[in-house]
Design a protein around this ligand. Structure first.
Ligand code: RIB
Ligand code: CA
Length: 312
């Protein structure tokens, strides 16, 4: 029985690869819908990009919903410096022809969780947590119905990528993150500590190109574009494939390792806004509320990714 998931996303080249990985794995994952949120680029572009990726995967039937256009309490901060003006810079892509759903993404999340048996739908946020937090605020009953929230966001040892203290997804909407991490729903976190180990080195990009498929060529072009920011900043050997770690966890959780610890979100200090204060060393008596990942088997990750993408 495939696992039912909702992907909440702000595409973003790495979001795009995550969506492709999920849609390439129908035996394991039943994607009920894709909800777009403002993040890497404004909502008008993230909802368009989500549809471009679905069509690239041969899934123009996938329900795609537009969600929140701005964070709960801050003005939107975007990341065109990383993802380009379109959010999917690298290759030239045709505009989507598949429709955007009329229903708001938050209503889709609420309706789906209420209509499904408790504990049977997993939420996979890949961007700022605005849609998820808004759904929990509008329908407090649904948090207890969530099977698991597997999200990309935060950092502990890697600290920050948009400020010295914070990772982008959490920084954009820290109030939303505070609501989600305080919701009581089971949470699994893919922080920069893990995603910075999923680097698309040159051999991996060559592997995408060697597929000889349109999808392989698109993913190679995206990772070629996407990596320049991290190479300049961190001197890293490739682009960190942040968001695909969420989907890889659903497919092969044993390639990851981490700790069940307390994670609190800084929402007050301008200096450390959006910091995920993870009690990794358990120095407080604060109750653990998240499985915070710290390591992954990178070779296994890329073997899975390459094998699955080659199916599309
Ligand atoms: O900090 C990395 C995260 O921010 C990724 O999800 C990337 O797509 C951006 O949303
Ligand atoms: Ca993202």
């Amino acid at each position: 029985m495939p696992r039912q998931i909702i992907i909440d996303t702000d595409p973003g080249q790495d979001d795009a690869v995550a969506i492709l990985l999920a849609l390439a794995s129908p035996a394991e994952l039943d994607v009920l819908g894709i909800t777009a949120v403002a993040g890497n680029v404004p909502l008008a572009l993230t909802q368009k990009n989500a549809r471009i990726v679905c069509e690239l995967a041969g899934r123009p039937d996938m329900p795609v919903f537009a969600g929140c256009a701005a964070p709960l309490a801050h003005t939107l901060v975007t990341a065109e410096h990383v993802h380009g003006k379109s959010g999917l810079d690298g290759p030239v892509l045709p505009d989507p022809t598949m429709p955007l759903q009329d229903r708001h993404a938050v209503d889709f999340i609420i309706d789906t969780l209420r209509a499904s048996a408790p504990g049977t739908v997993t939420l996979c946020p890949l961007g700022p947590l605005t849609n998820i937090a808004t759904a929990f605020q509008r329908a407090p009953d649904i948090a207890a119905r969530v099977q698991e929230i597997v999200l990309m966001g935060g950092a502990y040892f890697q600290v920050g990528n948009i400020t010295p203290a914070a990772e982008f997804n959490i920084y954009v909407d820290p109030e939303a993150a505070k609501i989600v991490f305080g919701s009581g729903a089971p949470i699994t976190v893919m922080p920069l500590d893990v995603t910075h180990k999923a680097l698309t080195t040159a051999p991996h990009v060559a592997g995408f190109r060697a597929m000889g498929t349109h999808v392989g060529d698109m993913v190679a072009a995206w990772t070629d574009f996407f990596e320049r920011f991290d190479k300049e900043k961190y001197g890293s050997a490739g682009a960190p494939l942040h968001d695909p770690c969420v989907i890889a966890y659903l497919l092969e959780p044993e390639m990851f390792s981490g700790r069940h610890v307390n994670v609190e979100i800084e929402t007050v200090s301008p200096l450390t806004r959006g910091m995920t204060v993870a009690d990794w060393w358990r120095v407080t008596d604060r109750a653990p509320n998240a499985m915070f990942m710290g390591d992954l088997d990178a070779e296994r990750f890329f073997a899975l990714l390459t094998e699955r993408l080659a199916r599309l």
